[in-house]
Each structure stands twice: as C-alpha cells, then as structure tokens.
Design a protein around this ligand. Structure first.
Ligand code: MN
Ligand code: MN
Length: 399
C-alpha cells in the first residue's frame, strides 16, 4: 500500500512536469503572432473597394497560384509595428500578407495569393483588418492569358482614378475596357465619369474620321443604352472623350471612339474651339517624340449650349456636366513609363466650364491635378509614389 502510494506520487509528479512543459510550449507558440502585431492602421477604401487595389498575375481554374499572384492595396498607418492581413477563402484560394510598418502614413502593401482557383468566375474578396471597416477587391478567374497587372502603355497604367469596378453593383462607377481606351461609366448620368487612354505615335495614322456614332451594346443587361441620336436638337455636341483624331491608325480604333459611352453633351463652342485646340496641342507633343497618358472627365450638372442652360437632355436620361477636365502626362518615348516620371515631368491639367462663352485659348484654363482631385474626389496618377504625386500634382503647367 505504502509502496504503491509512493509510486503513484512519483508518477503524478512526472505527469505534472510533462503537462507543465507541454503547456509552456503551447503558450509560446500561441502567443507569438498576436503579441507581435502592434501596428495601428486602417484599410483605405473608396465605396467599399480597397484603395489602390491592383491584382497581379493570372488566375486560371486548376492552376495553383504562385509568387506572381498578388494584390496590392493601400493602408493608412497611425502607429508603427507589425501587421497581418488575411482574406476569406473563396473558390479555393485566398490572399494574406504580414510585415512591419516602419513609418506612419499611407503605405502600399502586397498580399500573396495561395491555393488553386476551382472554377471560372469573378470572386470578390473581403478584407477586415486594422481599425477601419472592411473593403473588397475583385479577381477574375478565366482561361485567357491576359494579365491583370497594368503593363507599359496600359490605359490605366497611372491608376484607376475612382476605383471603378466591372460589376453591375457599381452602376455609378462601372469600369469598361474598350481595348482602345478604358473608362468609368455612370449609368444614371448616361455618360462616362472619366476616360483614360495612352497616346503615342503608333496611334496616329491616316484613317479618316469614321463618324460611326452608335449605342454601346456592351453595357449590362437592363441598363439604358444612350442612342446615337440622343443629343439631336439638344444644343449640345456629342463631345468625344477620346478624340477621333487620337485613334487614326486603324478603322476599328477610330470607330471605337464613336461609341456613345465615350460621349458627353459638350457646349459646341467649347468642343469645336477650345477643346479641339487642346487635343491638337497634345498630338503635336506626340509628333515631337512624347508618349502621353491622358484622362478626361466631367462632373457637375448644368451647361450652356446653343439652346441655353440645361441640366439634362434626352428626357432627363443624359446629364449635362457643368465642368470638363483633362489631365495629360507627357514623357519622352520609352519603356517602364511610371518609373520615368519625376518632378520635372510635364503634367498638363485643365478644368473648363461647359459653356459656349469660353475663351478659345485652352491655356487660360490650366490648373493643378490637385485642384481637379479636390473637385472630383478622385485620386489621379495614384500608381505614382505618393511623394511624387504631391510634387507633380501641385504644379500648374506654364509652357
Ligand atoms: Mn494629389
Ligand atoms: Mn493623385
């Protein structure tokens, strides 16, 4: 009995020591990740879409993701330290990232994709993290080989000003890639919010103006398609965003500029004098050895055309903007375009009232990119480093 008891006590002591060792080990493993996450930050988002979100790599069903499958997005850091972010798993894959924020302010971070997409489709990943509400980004799983990472000469190489998305929920900010240009369409205005395009010598040829005005039949089912005659007798011109003159290398390129999703009701004098002259000036830069990234947009309601002031035309289906703006970044012909922008790069920005009573000299309307950002709420040139944006966006061109 005594012997047994003693032996039981030794066994109990050994068991207790093993338990203690195990619990120590367990506590070390469990505490490391959470104790080291000290950063305070919030996800930057615009209408729920992760700010600056750029999805890299291609996504094909049954093909495992690798190091090229990333998403970069912006976070605003208010306290330095380690961070860790993970998305939910959708369609067999997910994104996660961790690291350390060494400084406060706006940072762009990359999350890496892992897993294997199981099926074709569009997957919208939600991220929760930091001190803000969640935001989301969208990945398309398809069998084509197109990369979603903007490459040189991509129409959105310098960024997506309003984080437009190609989803029908985004009816006020719907991304459309037309091949020859990319735009954010506003279903309820019946016009684009902005149109963005790359322009270089290869776009300029000898094709004459096709005048092939037509409704855009690629809009989502059920959305009103502004017809080619919607502006008839309205007192406003069908004002191109991408000019016909910027797409004269092939017939299909030129015809693409006549889609009604590329038009705004523009005061005829503005369209035919001031705006046309600015378009000519930008093409002269191309002839002088520059390539350009151009963004044109419009906002507000109410312009003055040949029939006086109007806020809408075509029975209210098309909004007449109050202002029309353009930003052009001009860099000498070359490669790796975003890396060749510096403080001396010519950035030409104008903001002009949509009225017949305009000055014919576009240069009198020059302004800064910052002023256009303030008026529209967009972030232009967002794929340039924030410190460089601060410099080039504050300047007003004077050449
Ligand atoms: Mn700015
Ligand atoms: Mn900007």
């Amino acid at each position: 009995m005594k012997l047994l008891k003693k032996s039981n006590g030794s066994l109990a002591l050994i068991a207790l020591m093993v338990l203690l060792l195990q619990s120590c080990k367990k506590e070390d493993n469990g505490s490391l990740p959470t104790d080291n996450i000290t950063a305070v930050y919030s996800l930057v988002s615009s209408s729920g879409v992760c700010g600056g979100a750029v999805v890299g790599g291609s996504y094909k069903p049954g093909v495992a993701l690798d190091a090229t499958n990333t998403v970069t997005l912006q976070v605003s850091v208010t306290k330095e330290g380690a961070y860790s972010l993970t998305t939910s798993t959708l369609n067999g894959y997910s994104f996660s990232g961790s690291g350390t924020f060494a400084t406060m302010g706006l940072h762009t971070i990359a999350l890496k994709g892992t897993g294997t997409p199981l099926a074709l489709g569009t997957n919208t990943f939600l991220i929760t993290g930091g001190s803000s509400a969640a935001c989301s980004f969208t990945v398309t799983v398809s069998n084509n080989t197109l990369s979603t990472q903007p490459v040189d000469n991509d129409h959105l190489l310098f960024g997506n000003p309003s984080n437009a998305a190609p989803i029908t929920d985004s009816a006020g900010n719907y991304l459309m890639q037309k091949g020859y240009y990319t735009l954010s369409y506003n279903r309820d205005r019946g016009t684009p919010n902005w149109v963005s395009w790359h322009l270089y010598s290869q776009d300029l040829g000898s094709v004459s103006r096709s005048d092939d005005f037509r409704a855009d039949n690629t809009l989502p089912a059920g959305w009103y398609e502004v017809p080619e005659d919607a502006y008839s007798s309205s007192g406003f011109d069908r004002g191109h965003n991408v000019p016909s003159g910027d797409r004269t290398n092939t017939l299909s390129a030129n015809q693409s500029t006549f889609l009604m999703t590329n038009m705004i009701p523009q005061a005829p004098t503005l369209n035919q004098t001031t705006w046309a002259r600015m378009e000519d000036s930008l093409r002269l830069l191309v002839n002088a050895g520059y390539e350009l990234y151009v963004i044109m947009g419009s906002y507000g309601s109410g312009g003055t055309g040949n029939n006086g002031f109007q806020t809408t035309i075509h029975s209210g289906r098309v909004t007449v903007p109050s202002n029309v703006w353009k930003v052009a970044v001009a860099i000498p012909n070359g490669n790796n375009d975003t890396t060749r922008v510096d403080a001396a790069t010519r950035v030409i920005a104008v903001n002009i009232p949509n009225a017949n009573a305009v000055n014919g000299n576009w240069k009198t309307y020059r302004t800064s990119v910052d002023a256009i950002e303030a008026a529209t709420g967009y972030d232009l040139l967002s794929r340039l480093p924030v410190s460089l944006q601060a410099v080039v966006e504050a300047k007003v061109d004077n050449r």
